[in-house]
Design a protein around this ligand. Structure first.
Ligand code: F0G
Length: 433
């Protein structure tokens, strides 16, 4: 299918090959698909499902398997691990009174977050275009993902991160995969502003979600869920919101799936932000008439973002899906994380905002009993060991979270025992009582 860049604000178009991140009017750009030449929904679905039995690298990828709706590239140009082969788990819906509840675990991607789905597309396209070097700002996961894909593509990588504000697992990944890691005094928003300016002036390829190719890859979270659920989608799709890349790409996926005839009914998006970093939720309260950036603060460092670059695309996604935006406290996030962790699912704090947000939306009777919901678990538990251990050892008071006392029940402290089988056996028997 033919593609071009199209401004979401004024509709101007540009050739795909033009190295630009914004329209001349300053608006965000979409990779726009020309659907005229599209196969029928049945033929398209059959193509995607047939590839499940192929052993070709681009078919093994849960992103490139859907390449008709992602990007056409010669197979040799694709930089893949492969990514996107994530599971969709059934959770017990009864405590919430839902008819069904699922979790799509994007933490099962090669570098442990959903970013890999977008990064494989952005890095493949960059290499195809002869990029000199790759750069991003990051709260951690984008830098980890870019570092890995850049290494695989043999391209130099520069990452800008807010010093002291990214989880240890993510920092370890960026360093280990060989990225040039630059820590700044300032927030993610400051770093984002800097890299956007530098990309233009220094011939660097920016791979944050401002890069529309990233969002084409992230659409496959929705496509994958659709096929894993037997060609259907639930009433609600719940996703954490930071820079609003996922929100934007989910909206675009659903617009295209509807236009192609893959779905008739559009599920509603529920975007969940941390209360201390909730400019989108605040803007939603007056139907997006005003937007006010904020100084962000939250334990969920992945979504510690006060000025999301994808705002306009995210508003489009909420409007198209009749979606909602809410926010939750850090204490609610950690309680939800504990509850997901204890089901063996496990995630980093930002991902648990989904369950916390779903609970809040049910209390407010926005999501109703009997409806179905899919939680997008965006990042792996091992990304943020410090917060996980603080929660398990009852140290959350030290994290400066209001309401932390309510989290004491989440503790599961390691216990020092003598190396003596009898004592250990008696502890085991006591626990099994
Ligand atoms: N969950 C996780 C685990 C993330 O790493 C991010 C974003 C989000 C949710 C929010 O997604 O930006 O699409 O709304 N992390 C970025 C980063 C900003 O730099 O790693 P979004």
């Amino acid at each position: 299918m033919d593609r071009q860049l199209m401004c979401v604000t004024c509709g101007s178009t540009y050739p795909l090959e033009e190295q630009r991140l914004r329209c001349d009017c300053g608006g965000l750009l979409d990779v726009q698909l020309d659907m005229d030449g599209a196969q029928s929904p049945a033929a398209l679905a059959a193509t995607f499902e047939t590839r499940l039995s192929s052993r070709l690298p681009q078919d093994l990828s849960g992103v490139w398997r859907y390449r008709e709706l992602v990007l056409d590239l010669p197979p040799g140009d694709v930089v893949t691990f492969p990514e996107g082969r994530t599971n969709l788990y059934e959770l017990d819906p009864s405590p919430l009174g839902l008819s069904a509840l699922w979790a799509k675990h994007e933490g099962e991607n090669p570098t442990g977050s959903f970013k890999d789905r977008g990064m494989t597309v952005a890095v493949s396209w960059a290499r195809h275009q002869g990029a000199r070097a790759l750069i991003c700002a990051s709260t951690g996961n984008t830098s980890a993902s870019l570092a890995a894909y850049g290494a695989r593509a043999h391209l130099p990588v520069f990452v800008l991160i807010p010093e002291g504000k990214i989880a240890q697992g993510k920092l370890a990944q960026a360093l280990a995969y060989g990225a040039h890691t630059l820590q700044i005094d300032g927030s993610f928003d400051d770093a984002m502003h800097t890299v956007e300016q530098m990309a233009a002036t220094h011939n660097l390829t920016l791979v944050n979600s401002l890069n529309p190719f990233r969002l084409e890859g992230q659409k496959t979270i929705i496509l994958d869920s659709f096929f894993q659920l037997g060609r259907t989608l639930p009433d609600w799709i719940v996703v954490p919101g930071g820079n609003l890349g996922n929100t934007s790409s989910f909206g675009k996926a659903l617009i295209e799936m509807k236009a192609l005839g893959l779905i008739d009914r559009v599920p509603r998006l529920a975007v969940v932000q941390a209360a201390g970093a909730s400019p989108f939720a605040r803007s939603a309260q007056d139907d997006f008439r005003h937007f006010q950036p904020m100084e962000p603060e939250t334990i969920a460092t992945a979504i510690r973002i006060g000025n999301p670059v994808n705002y306009d695309k995210a508003v489009r996604a909420i409007r198209f899906t009749d979606g909602v935006v809410t926010s939750v406290t850090d204490a609610e996030i950690l309680l939800a994380k504990h509850d997901l962790d204890w089901q063996g699912i496990g995630c980093e704090p930002a991902s648990a905002a989904t369950l916390a947000g779903l609970r809040r939306l049910m209390r407010e009777r926005v999501v109703l009993p009997g409806e179905s919901a899919l939680l997008i678990i965006t990042g792996n538990l091992l990304k943020d060991p410090d917060t996980t251990i603080a929660l398990a050892t009852g140290q959350t008071a030290g994290l400066g979270i209001p309401g932390a006392a309510s989290l004491d029940a989440c503790a599961n402290e390691p216990r020092h025992v003598p190396s003596d089988p009898e004592t250990i056996a008696s502890i085991i028997e006591e626990k099994l009582q």
